[in-house]
Write a protein that binds this ligand. Structure first.
Ligand code: BGC
Length: 807
């Protein structure tokens, strides 16, 4: 293992004794590291995550900006935009004294079933690595540390704590480690997070070959490797394997056990010194070592005009026009529009799990389009999209004490003493993970006033023994986890609901006795109140949408996924839209003069109707400005210039890598490097519905005079002409197809260019030298792809504009 260089932090290490050093190597709390006055080390504060800086609380914390999700940001194919995102997140971190952000997520989209792909950029390692490097640069420029996660081969969630991902060394290095390597090489990310899963039989936190050998050894990485939360299992193997820091704390498998291992000679003290040296280097880089840094006092608030503009633009520019027949888009604002779909009224701005934040507001598509179209817009709700009801939102319940939208939570210890009372705007709260009080919660009382009358579905979520009262009705029952998923009580707690007839102002009150001595996830759990209008019959909902569509110039249907599909801890079972959303689209398309479908999902969905509608706009999970961004994209005030970052298959199972279910604990990456478009292009899966790199924008493009030029690495120069009638951004993509077809086609470079209507630009695309490498397993060293082959100039591999033979 390499050691941290002899810098000032390394010298400080020598002034600490062994227990003091080891004490620094486990977190002090859920999201902080222990300070140490004698060496001038202040408290280092960490926060999730990729699409907003949530702060030190897992849920219901500080109000912060909610950014568009990672795939939507990445669809810009713009390093400048990702650098802006990094700076924006750094400012959000500085505003709340956070030193290290737990992002970006640089795992790849292997199977489209992966539940957490919404947090990761793409199926392509170069695109992922270069965009992540830009984000890291933007963030670290302002003195906030970025964390590349999750090292490595963490592409799905099923059995995520125990799954052993098995892949060959060449695929590991050429594909799955490459984004980490690029973000370290090009941007020197200050920390990395080791994953939950195993790789080739060794759990990630103990992976000496990857952590100590490749990352710290071969790449010469000077930063810190922390564990994912509760992922570390051992002292000796993890510490010797290159893991520097166990998270969270204060408990964990290091502490006394690691001190004892050093004294027993199982771990060399120089290994501990290296870990501490890296931790102090990180602290120094983020301004938590020595004299505290002054934080700027005038940072934009999450709901400031600056943020509103940035978040609308960043979301809208990544939206991707997948189809646009007859130029129905951009919409003419003088037309009448019928807007339908549950996602139109409850637009999903973020995925589920640790990436969630508490935003100041979330604009729905109905609100966003309504603000522009006024009474030319008719809105109808859509069919059900969830199987699992969600915590009350939009003021459905109000706090009985303050009257604000949300609920009241009173936490008591076993003696009945009140430990804390909280107003919870999101109607769901974490208990036991990041509490600000002494003592253990034994019971919680959650209450809210129902602001609707008629048939409503009310219920609770969380593990424990519940008593629920509504009007004169009282029910008692126990909710337990299914025992399947680690952290289930935090991420997908069990629920129970019931339909009641209520009048406005009814008090809904639920008391839960928490299970005593829960060991899992540090004894923490998520608790909340569910409340929404009772479901209507699907046929009635569809009829209403059809009537509205038939009497408007254009129908816009918003469909999508929810946090039931796009979430941490759970994978998808299918890429088909949940509920009867396809039936809704087909019915509207049959009745409307023009139909535009907006897809509110971060990852591929199956669109059986795609050739029967006029236009499809993929909108990702657009963050707090969702509705304004969708309106801007539909009306063309911001060009939806996105290009897909992942390939959309035509149907379930029609991708080169599909299953995410381990067999006897093993998930074999059998497709090797042929994931996504690489496998489709090699004929290992059928032609997809839409290729990575596809996106029409609002321009039309002709390509001419493509030629190879040599530079640092081979480059392509090509003339692109915008033959459309408005300024547009083109993303010129260059793919390398090696002569040896056993080596996959791969994106080798790209360049974005904005060209006014009717004009041309000469564009140079450098290929990235790292895409010409081939791992030689026998020599255990990098070699080069086979001589010959071709460079393909393309707008996604379904639309190749030039083929340039090499050599
Ligand atoms: C996730 C990490 C996250 C951590 C802290 C884990 O469950 O896998 O990505 O940073 O929790 O919230």
């Amino acid at each position: 293992m390499s050691t941290a260089p002899e810098s000032e932090p390394a010298a400080l290490v020598k002034s600490l004794d062994l227990p003091a050093k080891v004490a620094l190597l486990t977190g002090a709390t859920a999201f902080t590291l222990a300070p140490r006055e004698s060496v001038g080390l202040g408290e280092v504060r960490l926060s999730d995550g990729p699409t907003g800086v949530r702060g030190l609380k897992f849920s219901g914390g500080r109000v912060v900006a909610l950014l568009p999700n990672a795939t939507l940001l990445a669809s810009s194919w713009s390093e400048e935009s990702l650098a802006e995102v990094g700076r924006l997140l750094a400012e959000e971190a500085l505003a709340q004294g956070i030193h290290v952000v737990l992002g970006p997520t640089v795992n790849l989209h292997r199977s489209p079933l992966g539940g957490r792909l919404f947090e990761a950029y793409s199926e392509d390692p170069l695109l992922t690595g270069r965009l992540a490097a830009a984000y890291v640069r933007g963030m670290q420029e302002l003195g906030v540390g970025a964390t590349l996660k999750h090292l490595v081969a963490n592409e799905s969630e099923t059995d995520r704590n125990t799954v052993d991902c098995v892949l060959d060394e060449a695929t590991l290095r050429e594909v799955y480690l490459l984004p980490f390597e690029i973000a370290i090489d090009d941007a020197d990310a200050w920390s990395v997070m080791a994953a939950y899963n195993s790789v080739n039989g060794v759990t990630a936190t103990e992976h000496r070959h990857v952590n100590a050998g490749i990352v710290k050894g071969e790449w010469g990485y000077r930063g810190l490797i922390m564990s994912d939360w509760f992922a570390t299992r051992t002292a000796t193997a993890a510490a010797n394997g290159g893991l520097d820091l166990v998270m969270p704390g204060p408990d964990g498998p290091w502490g006394d056990a690691l001190v004892a291992a050093v004294r027993a000679g199982e771990v060399d003290e120089s290994v501990i010194d290296d870990h501490v040296g890296r931790l102090l280097l990180l602290a120094e880089r983020v301004g938590a070592l020595g004299t505290p840094r002054d934080h700027p006092g005038d940072l934009p608030a999450p709901d400031s005009p600056v943020r509103r503009e940035q978040l609308t633009r960043l979301a809208a520019q990544g939206m991707t026009v997948l189809r646009n027949e007859g130029g129905v888009l951009p919409l003419d604002p003088s037309l009448t529009v019928a807007l339908a779909g549950r996602h139109a009224v409850e637009t999903i701005g973020m995925g589920g799990g640790s990436a969630q934040v508490n935003p100041p507001y979330q604009v729905s598509v109905a609100e966003g389009l309504g603000a522009v179209l006024g009474d030319r817009l008719t809105v109808v709700d859509g069919v059900e999209v969830r199987t699992r009801p969600v915590p009350a939102r939009g003021g459905f319940l109000t706090d009985p004490v303050t009257g604000e939208p949300g609920i009241r939570v009173v936490l008591r210890d076993a003696t009945g003493t009140v430990l804390e009372q909280r107003h919870v705007a999101a109607a769901t709260t974490m208990v036991g993970m990041d509490d600000d009080f002494e003592g253990t919660v034994a019971t919680a009382v959650l209450s809210g006033i129902v602001t609707r009358s008629g048939a409503v579905e009310l219920g609770v979520l969380g593990v424990g023994r519940w008593t629920v009262r509504t009007g004169g009705d009282e029910r008692s029952f126990e909710l337990r986890t299914s025992g399947k998923g680690f952290g289930e009580e935090v991420l997908t707690p069990p629920i129970s609901t019931h339909v009641y007839e209520v009048s406005t102002g009814t008090l809904f009150e639920a008391t839960v006795e928490l299970p005593a001595g829960t060991e899992v996830f540090g004894g923490a759990g998520q608790f909340g109140l569910i409340g929404h209008e009772a479901s209507r019959e699907t046929v009635d909902v569809i009829d209403e949408a059809v009537r509205a569509a038939a009497s408007a110039d254009v129908a816009v249907v918003v469909v999508g996924l929810t946090e039931e599909q796009e979430t941490e801890a759970v994978d998808k079972q299918t890429l088909h839209l949940p509920g009867a959303q396809n039936a809704l689209v087909e019915a509207v398309a049959g009745a409307a003069r023009h139909t535009v479908v907006v897809v509110n999902a971060a990852t591929p969905v199956i669109m059986p109707w795609r050739e029967r509608v006029d236009a499809v706009l993929w909108a990702g999970l657009p963050g707090q400005e969702a509705g304004h961004a969708v309106a801007a994209a539909l009306l063309g005030t911001v060009e939806p210039a996105g290009r897909l970052v992942t390939t959309f298959p035509k149907d379930d199972g029609k991708s080169p890598a599909w299953s995410v279910t381990p067999v006897d604990g093993v998930l074999a990456y059998e497709e090797g490097p042929f994931l996504g478009y690489r496998g489709h292009f090699a004929g290992r899966a059928p032609e997809p519905a839409f290729w990575l790199g596809h996106g029409l924008g609002y321009g039309r493009w002709e390509y001419a005079d493509a030629r190879l030029i040599s530079g640092d690495s081979l480059a392509v120069i090509v003339t692109v002409t915008n033959t459309g009638d408005r300024e547009s951004r083109e993303v010129v993509q260059v793919y390398l197809q090696p002569a040896n077809l056993a080596e996959p086609v791969r994106l080798a470079g790209w360049a974005g260019v904005t060209v006014p209507a009717g004009e041309s630009a000469r564009v140079t695309v450098e290929t990235d030298r790292r895409m010409w490498r081939k791992w030689d397993t026998e020599a255990n060293a990098w070699g080069r792809v086979a001589d010959g082959g071709e460079l393909l100039v393309a707008r996604g591999l379904g639309d190749i504009r030039a083929v340039l033979p090499i050599g």
